[in-house]
Design a protein. Structure first.
Lengths: 661, 196
């Protein structure tokens, strides 16, 4: 009964999204207010109906209703309640329902927060979102209905949730990731609305910016959590694998990063318009492409859901309509738009253009690396695979110019900048960065030209230059109290750039100095790695709610003193007959100690894998800092002005030197 | 010119869609083999039941052969044995390439030939023995050279010792007719085999 209610709510939601896709766009085309006024209540209704459907599925999982196929396939009565809730989005069908819940949530948010937008624009944006909603509701209802029943022959218990997904990270990783993916639909809708209306002024960019930032910050956190979760759950000590599905999430992130920078130029200087619109289309298109890659089975991946060509066909058709249609519109409309703003070769515009170029090159590298095996095979050239070395080496080279530009960017003014005033502060920054980098590295080894030195120099350059720029601002604005006059978006930028510096340092240090050892240990044995002694003190049987297995206790000593205690598990989930590693991690800012318990061997003894991973935390902390930067930027007062201020972008840029992006 | 530039993204996307469409209808796990239409790589490996006898690529000349990669640890391979045995009775020449699972010396496992010979004898007595003989690839070197991704896999080798077809998965009454066409054409000395 409850499941049928959910199903019914979804059917209504599809109908509502159809109305939303047709009437407001028609109204804005005809200039009739009536149909456009429908848009906001419809969007809110859409969200409410989807919440009912989602709630119904949650209830089915909560109450162990195994007459619902999705529950029977992905849950079990022994599963703790919080994992039963996670199981709601642990399957293809459930995750699509989560996807439409978020899509309708963003649509409703746009409806609620778009008071200040002109009515016609509201209609266009919500109408475009309506079209996207129609596609996804259709997909959920016709291709992957989560409410299908097993009746009349229902199982007494379910097949259990994949143990990999029984983790805290899984509770929040997909929702955050989907919030990001789907959030780019809003930037996309803004871009299409602008294309339809032919207006790309700085107001348009100012309205689109906070939505893009919000989507980007969710995606950042989602990817970060995915990486952290893989690190903990897979027992391999790695944090990024360049798996096709990881790549599918990285591509919209890279383009989204380019987009938030490009939007800054469009807002401040009224230029880069065609570029910004293309990026907004690309960010969401890549999200859709990611959904297609994950759910169609064209690529081999650890993340792929069970494959079904008819689902892939549906998504591909939808992709053709949405992406093909928007790119066609782009071709028809965009060539008429010209930017008037002028700028010199050495200006912030050109540096941000450089930022975009490098981010897009990185996207292209990921794109080709992910899809090249498919192209190669479909051209009849045979199967190939592209792995870590390809991506790692190219990203290493891309990071150098990118970080150099990034450190320089905030110092440079819009329109034009003279070299001379920057020479002194920037050479001080450079010297400080070099000293800092070599100093930190000498704590670990005699400095030599390796990846760690490169990463430390780039990270220090970005960090010191960011701090230096703030210090310069403080001097200009009359001391530290003056810093309160800086806009929130400026602080957001500072945090984002510092986060990037942390990320670079973390990656370079972990890649260079991580050590690992595979050992066979009896109880009482110890192993020494990088100055740490790991003593296996006990191994005993585990009794979890829905799993058994073994747990190992280890004592860690450094310099003869007890440092910490580690608890590693090897779990066996009887329902799915699978084994899971719960790694033991002692995390510090400067290093992680990581132990994964393996097979029991004769003796009795155990196979253990022990890692020391310096600075690995910095990767995730850097990503969190970047997301925090996005959050702070969102707080900028400019985005919350009730009435759209009509200032020409040129005049605001000419007067406000300290007040910038 | 300026107008055309703005259609480049659309063109690129349409091209991509073509690839995605064709990708939908092919299995990403179907790898093919890099050695297709190439001679068997040179090797010298012992016969499983008579370890003194060394087998090399020369043993595959003169007759069309199915080289079947299998192991007693692989359920699908075991299920396939009965059907392969009926093929042998019809006169198909089948040679086994025995896939030895990796042993980890660090953890005290070692390769034990007599036990393996006994296991194979028991399994073949129980399920039927389709093999003329079995090649045992302890270090998995030939298996690596052939680009085997799992078991069972079967290579069709022509009279010149050239690999003409690679079949991934089991051979069963449903898919045999296709393989049979290739096999028979090769027996008649065909230069081109139909792609199934």
């Amino acid at each position: 009964m409850i499941a049928e209610l959910g199903h019914l709510a979804l059917c209504f939601a599809l109908a509502i999204s159809l109305v939303l896709a047709i009437f407001p766009l028609y109204g804005s085309y005809k200039g009739a207010a009536g149909p456009v006024l429908l848009a906001r209540p419809l969007a809110i209704l859409l969200f409410l109906l989807t919440s009912v459907a989602f709630g119904a599925l949650c209830y089915s999982f909560w109450s162990n209703d195994f007459t619902v196929l999705n529950v029977a396939s992905n849950s079990n009565s022994m599963l703790p309640w919080y994992y039963r809730m996670t199981a709601v989005w642990g399957s293809h069908e459930g995750s699509m329902l989560l996807w439409v819940l978020m899509l309708s949530g963003w649509t409703a948010a746009v409806a609620l927060l778009s008071n200040s937008l002109p009515l016609i624009l509201q209609g266009r944006i919500l109408g475009v979102l309506g079209i996207i909603n129609v596609g996804f509701y259709g997909f959920v209802l016709f291709m992957s209905n989560p409410f299908e029943r097993t009746l009349p022959f229902f199982p007494v218990d379910g097949r259990d949730l994949n143990p990999l997904l029984q983790d805290f990270g899984m509770i929040i990783h997909p929702p955050l990731l989907y919030m990001g993916y789907v959030g780019f639909a809003v930037s996309f809708a803004f871009a299409i609305a602008a294309l339809l209306g032919g207006r790309f002024d700085s107001n348009w960019a100012r309205w689109a910016r906070p939505w893009t930032l919000a989507a980007w910050l969710f995606l950042t956190l989602g990817i970060m959590l995915g990486s952290w979760w893989a690190y903990l759950e897979l027992g391999w000590g790695g944090w990024w694998f360049w798996d096709p599905v990881e790549n599918a999430s990285l591509m919209p992130w890279l383009v989204g990063t380019a987009l938030i920078h490009s939007l800054a130029v469009t807002e401040k200087r009224g230029t880069f318009k065609s570029w910004t619109v293309l990026l907004a289309i690309a960010a969401f298109s890549l999200s859709l492409l990611g959904a297609f890659l994950v759910r169609s089975g064209v690529l081999v991946s650890v993340h792929a859901f069970a494959t079904d060509p008819s689902r892939g066909l549906f998504l591909l058709f939808f992709l053709l309509v949405v992406v093909g249609g928007s790119l066609l519109l782009y071709g028809v409309r965009m060539h008429a738009v010209r930017s008037q703003a002028r700028y010199q070769l050495f200006s912030r515009e050109v540096l941000l253009w450089g930022n975009n170029i490098f981010l897009l090159t990185a996207t292209l590298v990921v794109f080709l690396g992910t899809l090249y095996p498919l192209f190669h095979k479909e051209l009849g050239l045979g199967s190939i695979s592209i792995g870590e070395p390809f991506f790692n080496s190219i990203f290493q080279y891309l990071a150098i110019p990118f970080a150099l530009l990034l450190g320089l960017g905030p110092w440079v003014r819009w329109k034009q900048q003279q070299w001379q005033p920057l020479l002194k502060p920037l050479s001080m920054v450079l010297v400080a960065a070099l000293v800092l980098a070599v100093g930190v590295l000498s704590l670990y080894q005699t400095p030599s030209a390796n990846l760690a030195l490169l990463g430390l120099i780039l990270g220090a350059w970005v960090a010191v230059s960011t701090v230096g720029e703030i210090q310069q601002k403080a001097v200009q604005l009359g001391g530290v109290p003056g810093l309160f006059k800086l806009q929130a978006s400026h602080w957001g930028m500072v945090l984002g750039h510092l986060g990037f510096a942390m990320l670079v340092v973390g990656i370079a240090m972990t890649k260079t100095f991580s050590v690992e050892k595979d050992v066979r240990m009896k109880i009482g044995d110890s192993v020494e790695l990088n100055g740490y002694t790991f003593l296996l003190s006990d191994v005993y049987a585990l009794n979890g709610p829905n799993y058994g297995g073994q747990a190992a206790e280890l004592e860690v000593f450094a310099h003869g003193e007890k440092l910490t205690h580690l608890h590693a598990e090897k779990r066996f989930y009887p329902v799915t007959r699978s084994v899971m590693t719960e790694a033991a991690v002692d995390a510090r800012l400067s290093r992680d100690l990581y132990v994964a318990l393996g097979e029991e061997l004769s003796g009795p003894s155990w196979a253990l894998r022990v890692y020391v991973k310096p600075y690995v935390r910095w990767i995730w902390l850097g990503a969190i800092l970047m997301a925090l930067g996005g959050l702070v930027s969102l707080g900028d007062k400019r985005y919350r002005r009730k009435t759209a201020a009509v200032t020409s972008p040129q005049s605001s840029a000419a007067t406000g030197a300290p007040a910038d992006a | 010119m300026r107008k055309t530039v703005f259609y480049v993204p659309l063109a690129a996307f349409l091209l991509l869609s073509l690839f995605l469409l064709s990708g939908l209808f092919s299995d990403p796990r179907d790898h093919g083999s890099a050695l297709l239409e190439k001679p068997l790589p040179a090797f010298s490996l012992p016969d499983l039941q008579q370890p003194n006898r060394q087998i090399s690529a020369a043993d595959f000349r003169g007759e069309v052969t199915l080289l079947n990669v299998w192991g007693v640890w692989c359920p699908t391979c075991n299920a396939e044995l009965a059907f392969l045995t009926t093929l042998r009775q019809q006169g198909v020449r089948i040679v086994g390439l025995y896939y030895v699972q990796p042993v980890d010396a660090a953890f005290g496992e070692k390769f034990d030939l007599p036990t393996l010979q006994q296991q194979v004898r028991d399994k073949l007595a129980e399920q039927g023995d389709p093999y003329l003989f079995n090649v045992v690839d302890e270090q998995r070197s030939l298996i690596f050279d052939l680009g085997v991704t799992g078991a069972p896999e079967t290579f069709v080798i022509d009279r010149e010792g050239v690999i003409r077809h690679h079949h991934v998965g089991d051979i069963n009454p449903q898919n045999w007719p296709q393989l049979q066409r290739i096999y028979q054409q090769l027996q008649q000395g065909a230069d081109h085999v139909p792609t199934p």
